[in-house]
Design a binder for this molecule. Structure first.
Ligand SMILES: NC(=O)c1ccc[n+]([C@@H]2O[C@H](COP(=O)([O-])OP(=O)(O)OC[C@H]3O[C@@H](n4cnc5c(N)ncnc54)[C@H](O)[C@@H]3O)[C@@H](O)[C@H]2O)c1
Length: 273
């Protein structure tokens, strides 16, 4: 069954979301953002670029990356924004793209891992192939990006922001596979935070609830699923915006967030309150 979320309330785009001034916390900073062709990754790539960073925006979707560059044309950034087609689940591709990005930019200060996929299944019907796909992209992809970036981040005392999810914090219906990957990202990130604290590399996560992006716009519910259970993730039908998540990521990744390490910020409109 194909299911379109029934939005009782539009995403919160009240004027208070508009920023009174453009900050420049990433001037002379270099960043890699995965999942940058869409949603949260795209909003983050544009936000870091707008704040002065040079950004290598990576995604498996080459066509959508072209759209990101068009959107960036309207922004006056102090740095540069370039794209790289990357499947984060491929060890060879991650090694190549991280090395090439650092070669192009000269150094690396920030990595944001926003590439991700979501699917819903009753646990007893969850195929092993789909479980492996979720793990390969969400969890292994995040691990590979961290592993390949750490040697470069050691040189700059840089930091990583990984996208977890509220599904890592409380039960989300039909999401055994997806939630397992997000719980893994949360645990892995905290572990890396401790591992590298002495070398002053920071690792943090953001745990969004329901955000208005393509991942939540259209998905399949398993046969017989009760759609009312979706109310657990969208209190009062309210969705957040990718720009709101990007703003939190930018804070954590900037010097203003320098005392954050192994932290997780939940942004969910009260879903887990
Ligand atoms: N939107 C939400 O409600 C929400 C909630 C919690 C967590 N998240 C997480 O935030 C992250 C971003 O999600 P989004 O909402 O922006 O979704 P999105 O679908 O808009 O963006 C995800 C991007 O990841 C890319 N991608 C998929 N597989 C890839 C691969 N193998 N290699 C490289 N890129 C790949 C897609 O092409 C897409 O551009 C994901 O990790 C998601 O799990 C989203």
């Amino acid at each position: 069954m194909r299911w379109q979320l029934n939005r009782r309330v539009e995403p919160d785009r009240r004027p208070s979301y508009s920023r009174p001034m453009i900050l420049s916390r990433f001037t002379d900073r270099n960043a890699i953002v995965t999942g940058a062709a869409s949603g949260i990754g795209r909003a983050t790539a544009l936000r870091l670029f707008e704040e002065g960073a040079s950004v290598v925006a990576c995604d498996v979707n080459a066509d959508a990356l072209a759209g990101l560059l068009e959107a960036a044309e309207g922004i006056e950034g102090a740095g540069t924004i370039t794209t790289a087609v990357l499947d984060v689940s491929s060890e060879d591709e991650v090694k190549h793209v991280v090395a090439a990005a650092v070669g192009r930019m000269g150094s690396l200060h920030v990595v944001v891992n926003a590439a991700g996929v979501l699917s819903f299944h009753h646990a007893h019907e969850h195929s092993l192939a789909e479980w492996n796909r979720l793990v390969a992209i969400n969890l292994t992809g995040t691990f590979l990006m961290c592993r390949e970036s750490i040697p470069h981040l050691l040189a700059t005392r840089g930091n990583v922001v990984n996208l977890a999810s509220t599904s890592a914090h409380r039960g989300q219906p039909w999401a055994a596979g997806y939630a397992a990957t997000k719980g893994g990202i949360l645990a892995m990130t905290k572990t890396m935070a401790v591992d590298y604290a002495a070398q002053r590399i920071r690792f943090n996560t953001i745990s969004p609830g329901a955000i208005d992006t393509p991942i939540t716009n259209s998905f399949s519910l398993p046969e017989g699923a009760d759609p009312k259970l979706l109310d657990r993730v969208t209190p009062a039908g309210r969705f957040g915006t990718p720009e709101g998540i990007a703003a939190a990521i930018a804070f954590v990744a900037s010097d203003e967030g320098r005392h954050m390490n192994g932290s997780d910020i939940v942004i969910d409109g009260g879903a887990t309150a």
